[in-house]
Design a protein. Structure first.
Ligand SMILES: Cc1cc2nc3c(=O)[nH]c(=O)nc-3n(C[C@H](O)[C@H](O)[C@H](O)COP(=O)(O)O)c2cc1C
Length: 261
């Protein structure tokens, strides 16, 4: 729950004005701890000019002072977005713990609907070979049914290619790590995944969303149990590692489809 240090509170009302649920109120010049629904979104902590509000349910040591303007210049952010590529060739180098930590931080701080904070980040690096074995085993077990389905037939085709030469791996691309972002609200997971992809790019890592692998894993209770997704949807799957390719220029795009009224 929210705590207000009444000795610090100046009754400015910023927390009340920023509160989504109207749970926090200023009465007699002081903020009262919220009554009713509170999302624990932390806006009252963030907006208080004197640091009078805290939420002991969280680690308050995490809270950092903000700068006076955006932390990244727009052109630099756009440059990162334009220069990031979906990586389909990786080196064997594993991803260091510190870089993984920053990926998880990027996911953790991404917005979620109703401040749900329900995303689960499953990073498979140590047991990557076992994941691959299980996934290909699953494809093989489904082959008779999937042969009949035009969309799913792709998986059988991938399997055959992989069996001929295990460097021809459409699902894993020999990436040293695979990230699954899971949530009961797939958009929350998608947003977190995108921030994580940008954080990967900012650290010189390469990432590739893999829609095929995501669909495969999401369709298998056994794989989901092995990963530990619980009842969450596997909304995004991302191959991760160091790129074994250098891009010399950005890739072209169609014009943006925009309606401005
Ligand atoms: C949801 C999603 C799923 C994707 N799935 C795959 C995939 O299974 N295999 C693959 O090689 N690329 C996949 N991609 C990458 C796209 O093909 C890629 O974005 C596109 O080729 C443009 O390249 P760029 O990301 O380098 O700009 C996926 C991208 C998204 C957003």
């Amino acid at each position: 729950m929210i705590q207000v240090d009444q000795t610090l509170c100046i009754g400015c009302g910023q927390c009340q004005a920023d509160c989504f649920s109207g749970a926090i109120q200023v009465r007699e010049g002081k903020v009262q701890p919220p009554e009713g629904d509170c999302l624990l979104c932390g806006h009252c902590v963030a907006v208080c000019p004197v640091g009078a509000v805290s939420i002991p349910d969280y680690d308050m040591a995490d809270v950092e002072p903000c700068g006076t303007g955006p932390a990244v210049e727009p052109e630099k952010l756009l440059r990162l977005i334009k220069e990031r590529r979906s990586i389909r060739r990786f080196t064997e180098q594993k991803i260091e713990k510190e870089k993984l930590r920053l990926l998880f931080e990027a996911g953790r701080y991404t917005t979620t609907a109703k401040n749900n904070q329900d995303c689960l980040f499953i990073l498979v690096q140590e047991e990557r070979a076992e994941l691959e074995r299980r996934v290909w085993g699953y494809v093989e077990s489904m082959e008779p049914e999937w042969r009949e389905d035009p969309l799913l037939r792709n998986f059988v085709y991938f399997l055959r290619r992989y069996q001929r030469d295990n460097r021809e791996d459409t699902l894993f691309r020999n990436a040293p790590a695979v990230l699954f972002v899971c949530s009961k609200r797939p958009l929350d997971a998608g947003l977190a995944a995108q921030d994580m992809e940008l954080m990967a790019a900012a650290q010189g890592l390469g990432a590739q969303y893999n829609g095929y692998l995501q669909r495969l894993v999401e369709s298998s209770r056994e794989l989901k149990d092995w990963l530990g997704t619980g009842d969450r949807t596997v909304a995004a799957c991302m191959l991760l590692g160091y790129p074994a390719v250098r891009y010399w220029r950005t890739a072209p795009r169609k014009s943006a489809q925009v309606i401005e009224k």
